[in-house]
Design a protein. Structure first.
Length: 317
């Protein structure tokens, strides 16, 4: 899907390029045309290069993530600018009317500022949503239980990852939860994204009843090459090891028994299903999870955590 979107945008950009060249660039001097095409290359090549090489070799590091983020911003600016200029030429009757140029520049500037806001500011902001849930069969000892749930950290995808991790840890500390749940996709590709400083920061996330996590699709290592130097199973094992260092409990495809006073809570974590590993989170998984609930007491109050919402119908069934 992502590849299709990128290829579609590039195809559109190429068509716009041909239109702009025929309608506008032929009237410019050679020097101005050189400046135009140089700017186009600067806006297009960084992300296109990383996008292409990423399909051939494993490219993963904070530096590459930063270049990729900047590259996609430049690519979007290029596409937006060409779209607006093309519309401006059509509206202006294939002339360079001043009001069309001003409109194009204004819209491009507003779009660019929006993109930079989302990339450099908004992605580092946290929003906490408070939800109160009631259950008729909730054990008395769990009445008033405070649970903090988060997910999709994608640590390797964020250039300034330690900043957002610090903010997350500080916010969880402020909320003073009884139980913390991470619903997966801690990493983007490799266990090494969780470096020693990340372990130190995330170790601050604690709760009296524990911190529990389940693996998402990115935690499974299916988006990196399965090599002898780092088999996918080894990648998963090392991620679990680092989570253990943080004091977190990875209970994927198992159930944790959590004492709450004289009562007991059960927490079942269901791993990302095979049927969705290359599909969408919104597609029904059609999996049977009955075996994961075998042996639980009939009267048990059982909480279930999973990474993909597409799993819930199967879980309820």
């Amino acid at each position: 899907m992502f590849v299709t979107i990128i290829l579609t945008l590039l195809a559109f950009c190429t068509l716009a390029e041909v239109f702009i060249h025929r309608a506008l660039l032929r009237t410019l001097s050679h020097r101005r045309r050189v400046v135009y095409y140089t700017a186009t290359a600067i806006c297009t090549l960084p992300y296109l290069t990383i996008f292409t090489l990423g399909r051939i070799v494993d490219l993963h590091s904070p530096t590459v993530a930063t270049i990729s983020s900047i590259g996609i911003v430049l690519l979007l600016i290029n596409i937006t600018w060409k779209t607006l200029v093309t519309l401006g030429i059509i509206i202006g009757g294939l002339t360079r009317k001043r009001w069309v140029v001003i409109l194009s520049i204004s819209l491009a500037a507003a779009t660019t500022l929006t993109i930079f806001y989302g990339t450099l500011w908004e992605r580092y902001q946290l929003r906490t949503t408070h939800v109160e849930i009631t259950f008729e069969n909730l054990p008395e000892g769990a009445d008033g239980l405070r649970v903090v749930q988060f997910g999709d950290l994608h640590i390797g995808l964020t250039p300034r990852k330690h900043l957002i991790l610090e903010r997350l840890a500080t916010e969880v500390e402020r909320l003073q939860p009884d139980l913390v749940i991470d619903c997966g996709d801690m990493i983007n590709s490799r266990h090494s994204e969780v470096d020693s400083l990340s372990v130190e920061i995330l170790s601050r996330i604690t709760a009296p009843l524990g911190v529990y996590t389940v693996m998402g699709n990115h935690d499974l290592g299916i988006y990196v090459r399965d090599t002898l130097s780092l088999p996918r199973e080894e990648n998963r094992r090392l991620l679990r090891e680092r989570q253990s260092e943080m004091g977190w409990h990875n209970i994927t495809d198992s159930t944790a028994v959590i004492p709450v006073g004289v009562d007991t809570l059960y927490l079942t974590a269901i791993g990302y299903p095979k049927g969705l590993k290359r599909g969408s989170h919104g597609v029904n998984a059609n999996e049977d999870y009955t075996h994961l609930f075998e042996g639980l007491p009939e009267e048990a109050f059982n909480m279930v955590i999973a990474h993909s919402p597409a799993m819930w119908n199967d879980i309820l069934n």
